[in-house]
Design a protein around this ligand. Sequence first.
Ligand code: GDP
Length: 505
Amino acid sequence: MISDHDPIVAIATAPGRGGIGVVRVSSPARLDALIEAIAGRQLTPRHAHYLPFKDADGVLIDEGIALAFPAPHSYTGEHVVEFQGHGGPVVLRRLLARCLEAGREQGIRLAEPGEFTRRAFLNDRMDLAQAEAVADLIDASSEAAARSAAASMTGAFSDQVTGLADRIVHLRMLVEATLDFPEEEIEFLEKYQARSVLDAIASDLSHLLAQARQGAILREGLHVVLAGQPNVGKSSLLNALAGFEAAIVTPIAGTTRDKVVQQITIEGVPLHIVDTAGLRETTDTVEQIGIARTWTEIEQADVILHLLDATQPQPELDAAITSRLPARTPVLEIVNKMDLVDGGNDGAGAGGNAGAEADAGAGAGADADADADADADADADAGGSQRAARVSAETRVAGHPAKRLGISALTGEGLDTLRQELLAIAGWNPSGESPYLARERHIQALLQAADHLDIAGEHAALSDRVLDLFAEELRLAHGALTSITGEFTSDDLLGVIFSRFCIGK
Ligand code: GDP
């Protein structure tokens, strides 16, 4: 178990060569001795000093900028000093070794990954969601993700969460007060319009949840699995979406025996497209293993693209596949090779299917309601329900097939529509408010809070109101929300969160 009281040091800049490299030290105790030893003088707080950095024998290691940030006005809230030298691996290693040597008496050690940010959290310089956003900003793989991470880092997401938590606390106070003065109880809910206050909180919470879902898609990417019989054009579609030959395309059925994953972005949204072994009866052992893996991928998909061949309709075989697709995952039926069909996309497509974009009967959105969230939790299986929670409730309860699109992986026909459909199915709304970069953890906490508010609402609706149960659900909803910002968070969770940072941050 590492101590949060040791002075720590790390190279804060990326490994490799660069114009500048930074070695950063943080310590609960003042760092005067270390600074004096390396820079040869004391530093004015928050002033840039251009100085020689020397080793124990007075030999020059580098010349650079030294900056001191005394507690509490620093990134970590502790005493921090930064030595900014030239960004070469050897010079930075020497500077790091010099810090370890000069701080030995104070018990200095190398920082763990994320330990500077962990201290910033422990010293109330930022809450947990903000600390996570720091890592997400560093890891952002698209401009949209970086923008959203920056918004979360400055506290925009935390403010929303805290605002909701405060409103719940306020309502709880009123309920608890009423519990303490039972003669008032009967009138309580009417008097304080508790029900409408609760409904307003629940409605704002579901708005925040929708934004968080978008943020989670931005962060984690959407897992899109291409499934279908051999030779329908799965690998060709993967290549067409990727814009290059990521998978091998041949007219020989059974070419793709293991999955091929390709990352692409559509309007800044990352997608992990998984090409799988074609689904068919086979005696080939290797192919059978590939097919088993395909079903595993399908189980874990956020979205399934079920490919059909417009020239070779095989409705029974496709129906057999459809019947095995998980009910809660959105499915797009993609009728490929439309270039070979008379009339292209005007034609009916495979097996007399209604043309492109025919809605698959009832379903889509019509009977979507908030229960979808509870359902997704209920059938929790490895990762599946967690990811399903990212996709909007409406698309999940729609069942499948959600829609049928005609495309040609060869000519590119219909691919733009497919891209837009993928974004829509992900609940992505480009003209919506800029989302915060949220994590699965946040979404699960928001879902929990929403569930407790729902139950609280049921108690409030009963004629013989059960105020203490109402209060208890509010307390649980509040607890779920504050776990996002880290007011009450176990050490184990902190360990997991910060260990995923890079060293020096
Ligand atoms: P997979 O087994 O489902 O991955 O199918 P492939 O992508 O390997 O394609 C099988 C065959 O169909 C190859 O010969 C492709 O060139 C051909 N093909 C795939 N998509 C199209 C398309 O849209 N139009 C035409 N004309 N041929 C296609």
